[in-house]
Every structure is written in structure tokens, then in C-alpha cells.
Write a protein that binds this ligand. Sequence first.
Ligand SMILES: CC(=O)N[C@H]1[C@@H](O[C@@H]2[C@H](O)[C@H](O)[C@@H](O)[C@H](O)[C@H]2O)O[C@H](CO)[C@@H](O)[C@@H]1O
Ligand SMILES: [Zn+2]
Length: 281
Amino acid sequence: MLVHAHPDDETVSTGATIAHYAAQGVEVTLVTCTLGEEGEIHVPELALLAATEADQLGGYRLAELDAACAALGVTDRRFLGGAGRYRDSGMMGLETNKHPRCFWQADLDEAAAHLLEIMREVRPQVVITYDENGFYGHPDHIQAHRVAMRAAERATAEGFGPAKVYWTTVPKSVLEAGVSAFAESTDNPFAGIEKVEDFPFGTSDEEVAARIDATDRHEAKVAAMRAHATQIPDTSWLYSIAGNFGSEFMGVEYYTLAVGERGPGDGPHGWESDLFAGLPS
Ligand SMILES: CC(=O)N[C@H]1[C@@H](O[C@@H]2[C@H](O)[C@H](O)[C@@H](O)[C@H](O)[C@H]2O)O[C@H](CO)[C@@H](O)[C@@H]1O
Ligand SMILES: [Zn+2]
């Protein structure tokens, strides 16, 4: 089970992992907490769908999410509390954070109860969400973390909690490699980043628990990114990195382990290569 804040997060941060396991026939449930109503629109002819205009972007991004799920092989896609229950809160500090229906204003126990119902039905062995900073500090990501961890705690207390809970991350060694690889590039997606500490995310290699190599599924991730055209334009830095790093960038995703025991791993830091490592098959 993956708990994500907006349509496109499932693809950008865990798309290769999803495609990897879905292709193996693993049951994958995606829970998305908002419709992404406050997002940017990188498709000019759709500009009037914006929140400040017709306010129809959420419905459009629902369709983008379904197309991305088809590309990744996800067949069980849910919205927390039902489609439209929680509104995209916008970036931290904006007036949209005060919208009465926005996810940032949600009652934590009520939102966790919605997720607990899905957990009670699906009984996930493994849950993936964000760290306490929501990976990069977006209010909906922070709230998705809080709701997922609260629901997992309550599921465990009721006897059907996940054996493992992972948080998305990127090792600092990978960030350093990216910064140096693009240092001389005119199309440098890391422009302005002098050192790893300048990123609002990143984990020391020692703290990383799992490296999921899904390079054989990186085309599925790119196809899913294309489905999120309002959020990821053809000029996105994601594509320029993919063009330079290819499947290594698009097809490898990393996680820290927040709940549960690490399974067998390899390499200098004992990174798991399977999120189900150590669990009974
Ligand atoms: C990946 C992610 O979480 N995207 C969110 C995020 O989008 C950012 C936002 O539009 C910002 O204004 C841009 O400068 C930035 O590049 C975007 O990543 O926040 C949106 C509003 O909450 C959300 O809809 C989108 O899914
Ligand atoms: Zn997001």
C-alpha cells in the first residue's frame, strides 16, 4: 500500500517500485489523499481549469492519475475518504492552507480512520509513505505522513498492521553524483545547488534501508510521467535527468525503514533489494 498526497507523487517518487511489483503480480493499493486542485498547469490549452479560474483541475488530474495507474499496472486506486473529500492545500504558507476542506486542515483522527478502513480491508504487509517532513515539506505530504503513521499504529493495535513501513528518500551519495554530473551542463536541473545540504531532502547512505532496482520498468515510469502532463512538462528537469542518467535515475528508488525489521541486504550498507525481504512469503 502506498499513501501519497497528490496525483503524480505515486509516479515521481515510487513509479518504478509500483511497476516492479505490479508486474510480479503483487497486490498494489494506491491511496491518494487529494485531487491536486491547486497544482500548476503546464498544458496551455487547459489553463482555465486552474483553481483561480474554473477550478476544474482536480477532476482533470483524476483522469491523469488513472492513465498513470494503467501505465504502472495499478488496478486498486483509492482516494482518501472518497474522491474530492480532501482538497489540495497548496504550497506551505499560502492562503490555500486555510481552505476549510484542505488536507492540511483535516482532522487527523478522522482522516486516519478513512485510511484504517482501507487497511482493514486490504491488510497490507508493506506500507510506503513520506518521512515526517513529507520528503520536501509540502503540507499535504506532511499530512499524508501523519495520517499513514496514525492509521498504521491503529491497525497494529487492532491486529492487522503492516509488518513494514517505508519512507521515500534519496541517498546523499546519489544527490552528490547528480550535482557533479550536471555541473558543466547548460541544462543543469541542479542550478543553484552548491552542495548536498542545499537540497530540502536526502538521507545519509547509512540510514537508507532499501534500494529497489526496477530499471527494467523505467519505461513504465516515464509513460506514467507523460500521463501527468499538467504537472510534468516535456521540458521538466525529470526528463533531462532521465535523458542523461536514463534508467539508473528513473528506475531506481530508495527508502528508509520506519517500522519493522530490515531483511537480508547487500552492499556496504546492507541495503535490501526487496521491500518484502525478511517477510514470510
Ligand atoms: C510533486 C508535488 O508534490 N507536486 C505538488 C506541488 O507542485 C508544486 C507547485 O505547483 C509549485 O507551485 C511549483 O513551483 C513546483 O514546481 C511544483 O512541484 O504543489 C501543488 C500545489 O499543492 C500540487 O498540486 C502538486 O501536486
Ligand atoms: Zn505531492
